[in-house]
Write a protein that binds this ligand. Structure first.
Ligand SMILES: [Zn+2]
Length: 409
């Protein structure tokens, strides 16, 4: 086709200057080009309309591609448009003059091209979109994966850190507890030590006290009458007697010596007592009211000066001396049954405090020292727990003497 429009617009004057036949061909071709260009425009417009909604950069690129496609589909686009204005009016005249065949003929071809273009466009667009979508999906997946892995990593790191911190905390806690336990143990040990020391001191004190008591008991204990040896001790069988504040001085000066025992017949068995003054008559009984302050607090044995006074039962001498009161020279003996006998107004004493005496042993001699009228033995009995000399707590000696086989008249 020789009259194919050039890339440069053809001036109108030039068209006008062309011969008639030439002009007609030009017009015909121009109309066809116009139609094609209109279709191309329509296609481009529709594409740009549909794609204008797209905001992604991929779609924008597609737009330009589509425009290029549209442009290439109508190569005479621009020139035809510029040419179209003038020959349009003439085109009608051409149509009126001749048949419409040449005008309608290109239609199916154009439509086919259009359809092809559309299909291509749609296809390309779909492919592009799919590609973009897949790419986006891939990106999203990768990003998600990255993000999740990053998050997981972070979580793992955090967990790890926490675990480490926990371990450190636990270790610290354990160390603290161990220290506290050690301190507690130390404290406990010290306390135990202190307790042990206190117990040891206590035990020592107790032991020393016991030793003292044992020594005292030993010194005060009396060998049994049945025993053949004087060394045999009845330790602790005789309770320790509390010292009288008024009469105690002699306690410290008691003799450790033991008077030798005579194997005389007047020494009875332990079950039987001995009369303080065997054969003596009772001058005054217990509880009698007479010259005494309230009542007679003992038994009076009538006997001459110097008559031996004997221990009724075995025991330990609590006191032997004169404290300057009504009793004169007197001796107190504590017996194994807890009773204490006290003999007063002695002319002299044969024993000393702390000494063990046997039943029947001479402890002193009848006299009238203290507040006494004539020589006699004033004999008193004190029950267990009562201090000798506590006059008005003395009890009647007669029943006790009788229980021990000593009968008074
Ligand atoms: Zn008396």
């Amino acid at each position: 086709m020789s009259p194919k429009p050039s890339e440069h617009p053809v001036p109108r004057t030039l068209i006008a200057a062309l011969p008639h036949e030439e002009r007609r061909g030009w017009l015909r071709h121009g109309l066809a080009a116009l139609a094609i260009s209109a279709l191309g425009l329509a296609v481009a417009g529709s594409v740009s309309l549909t794609t204008s909604a797209e905001t992604t950069s991929g779609m924008a690129g597609l737009d330009t591609r589509l425009e290029q496609v549209a442009g290439s589909a109508t190569p005479s686009n621009r020139s035809a448009t510029t040419l179209g204005a003038a020959p349009q009016t003439r085109g009608f005249s051409v149509a009126q003059q001749g048949s419409t065949q040449p005008f309608e003929r290109p239609d199916p071809a154009v439509a086919a091209a259009d359809a092809r273009v559309r299909a291509a466009v749609v296809k390309e667009r779909a492919a592009q979109r799919a590609e973009d979508l897949s790419k986006t999906a891939e990106d999203v997946t990768r990003a998600t994966r990255d993000a999740s892995s990053k998050v997981r990593e972070k979580n793992l790191a955090a967990t790890d850190r926490q675990i480490r911190e926990n371990a450190v905390r636990i270790a610290t806690e354990r160390r603290k507890r161990a220290i506290a336990a050690r301190i507690a143990a130390e404290y406990e040990r010290k306390r135990a030590e202190a307790a042990a020391a206190a117990a040891a001191a206590q035990a020592k004190a107790t032991a020393s006290a016991r030793t003292e008591a044992a020594a005292e008991a030993e010194s005060s204990a009396e060998s049994s009458a049945e025993s053949s040896t004087t060394d045999e001790q009845a330790s602790s069988s005789v309770p320790d007697e509390e010292a009288s504040p008024t009469r105690s001085p002699s306690r410290s000066s008691r003799s450790s010596g033991r008077s030798p025992m005579a194997d005389s017949g007047d020494i009875s068995s332990s079950s039987r007592g001995v009369s303080p003054v065997p054969g003596a008559v009772i001058g005054a009984h217990f509880g009698q009211v007479g010259i005494w302050a309230r009542y007679h607090t003992g038994l009076d044995f009538r006997a001459g000066q110097g008559t031996p006074i004997r221990a009724v039962k075995s025991g330990v001498v609590l006191y032997a001396g004169n404290s300057g009161n009504w009793a004169g020279n007197h001796v107190a003996v504590k017996h194994r049954d807890g009773m204490t006998t006290m003999s007063s107004h002695m002319s002299s004493m044969a024993v000393s405090a702390g000494q063990n005496v046997r039943a029947g042993q001479v402890i002193g001699y009848v006299g009238q020292t203290g507040r006494a009228f004539g020589a006699h033995l004033h004999f008193e009995l004190y029950p267990q727990g009562v201090k000798y000399g506590d006059l008005y707590r003395a009890i009647n000696p007669s029943p006790w003497l009788s229980r021990n086989g000593v009968y008074t008249r």
